[in-house]
Design a protein around this ligand. Structure first.
Ligand code: ADP
Ligand code: MG
Length: 474
């Protein structure tokens, strides 16, 4: 039988900040366990959390970028449960009044525009991390209290491709708005993946299975593939899917059961009494809105519509905010968008990946690119020569001007300078020149050849032709 797949995602993102969300300890990665901690993180009796204002602004930034409604007050809730990674016995989170609700994010899935609906985005504290060994486990409280923003989508994605495109786009949004380093390899982005199957065309959604805490987009893909296969096989056998939470195991690339939703925990949520409501003023909201950068989706769309780029090239450039800035700064100097896109998507990116550097570490700056393109535009060097100049500039960390001067490759375009050479050529070949006949193209070619030779290849051929014709007809 054929099934419609439905996917909903809960994406946790560690926000960057100097100190943690409710305590003054540093929010920093540390090789050494239990060093970035305070009594607040450890849940000592009588402690009081103090909210980090900078973090609230970052959460509000994401909510705004996701086109969410935002509440009048920032209010937190207690989610009560016991686990060794949660020393207080409760997690401070947002349940009743999330910082963002009812939003959406437009993304490209292949060449289609798709709107992904956001149920909510809410701010909470990360838990400690547990390292399991043979027969015992160790707790590292460094992660305790790291600001965590959880974004929950509606069940509105219907393929693995859509889910992955959304994750990439959301990660890009975190990077564009500079709220997080968004490094999945450091666990800064982790997701819960919900998936259900229903008979094709059915109006109701199937029973969902949740896969918790997946730490890379590749594993999201693998977990979804395995889970969709498992559910398809069960349904084909006429069996029911049980609402449950499963865990994805990287080594077997399969999911296994953690707990049934029937035994789901009652978290006894109530409003966190130790944090007074914090007003999200209209001034703050408009300040956040106005300081939002143009996001990747809008850039891609603009590059296609205004600059005539292909979707692939537009996506390639907008993938990285710094690269997009590099590109746009060159365009803003009046350079041709398609030509620049060609240089950026092929040669520039080629160099970056070869040297494993980012655009900000690249020594061929925007200014150098503008200079190089001006040499091509004015016909002083050919496109082929420009490529050599480009690589030489990078290798020797020089400007195009310097490289071109040093190698003497600059074309002579000045008419009078070329005329001097032409006159010398004509004098040296005066016998041939006497018999010049404009009908005989080959004779002109001979003189062009001689002129090029005399200028050691530097005379601009068009100018040389024009001057030769003038002089020969005199
Ligand atoms: P729960 O009460 O189990 O936490 P929620 O309704 O809060 O479930 O949804 C949690 C996540 O599961 C959301 O990302 C949502 O999009 C997704 N989800 C809900 N129902 C389904 C479904 N039938 N199929 C796939 N995903 C679903
Ligand atoms: Mg939920």
């Amino acid at each position: 039988m054929e099934y419609d797949v439905t996917i909903g995602l809960e994406v946790h993102c560690e926000l960057k900040s100097t100190s943690k969300v409710f305590s003054p300890s540093p929010n920093a990665y540390s090789e050494k366990s239990n060093t970035n901690i305070s009594v607040i993180d450890l849940g000592f009796p009588g402690i009081l959390p103090v909210v980090n204002k900078g973090v609230i602004k970052k959460a509000l930034t994401v909510a705004t970028a996701l086109n969410c409604e935002t509440p009048e007050y920032m209010i937190f809730d207690r989610k009560n449960y016991y686990y060794p990674d949660l020393p207080k016995g409760y997690q401070i989170t947002q349940m009743h009044y999330p910082v963002g609700t009812n939003g959406y994010l437009d993304i490209y899935v292949e060449d289609q525009v798709k709107r992904i609906y956001i149920h909510d985005t809410h701010l909470e504290e990360d838990t400690a991390s547990l390292d399991h060994y043979d027969g015992y486990s160790l707790i590292d409280y460094n992660r305790c209290g790291v600001p965590l923003l959880e974004t929950v989508t509606e069940p509105c994605m219907h393929s693995i491709d859509e889910a992955l495109s959304f994750l990439e786009s959301l990660k890009r949004l975190f990077l564009y708005t500079d709220v997080s380093d968004a490094k999945t390899e450091l666990g800064q982005i982790r997701c819960d993946v919900n998936v259900s199957l229903a008979p094709k065309g059915s109006k109701e959604l199937g029973v969902k299975v949740e896969m918790k805490n997946i730490n890379s987009f590749y594993n999201v893909k693998m977990a979804l593939e395995s889970e969709i296969k498992r559910q398809t096989e069960l349904l084909n056998k006429g069996m029911k899917i049980e609402m449950e939470t499963r865990r994805y195991d990287e080594s077997t690339m399969e999911t296994y059961r953690m707990r049934s939703k029937v035994e789901a925990v009652d978290y006894k949520y109530f409003i966190e009494p130790n944090i007074p409501p914090i007003k999200l003023t209209n001034e703050l909201k408009s300040e956040v809105k106005e300081s939002l950068p143009e996001l990747a989706f809008s850039k891609i769309t603009r590059y296609i519509n205004e600059y005539g780029l292909s979707l692939v090239d537009a996506k390639t450039i907008a993938k990285d905010k710094e690269l997009a800035t590099y590109y746009e700064n060159i365009i803003n100097k009046g350079k041709d968008p398609k030509m620049v896109s060609n240089w950026v998507t092929t040669r520039v990116l080629g160099c970056l990946s070869k040297d494993e550097i980012t655009i900000s570490e690249f020594n061929f700056t925007e200014e150098k690119m503008v200079e190089l393109l001006e040499y091509i535009e004015s016909g002083k060097i050919s496109t082929k020569q420009a490529k050599d100049v480009f690589y030489k500039c990078i290798e020797e960390n020089k400007t195009p001007k310097k490289v071109i001067k040093e190698s003497g490759m600059e074309q002579i375009t000045d008419e009078e300078e070329i005329r001097k050479i032409v006159l010398e050529v004509l004098e040296e070949n005066s016998e041939v020149a006497k018999d010049y006949n404009p009908e005989k193209g080959r004779m002109l070619d001979f003189f062009i050849g001689q002129t090029m030779k005399k200028s050691r290849g530097k005379a601009n051929p068009e100018v040389a032709t024009k001057v030769l014709k003038e002089e020969l007809l005199k």
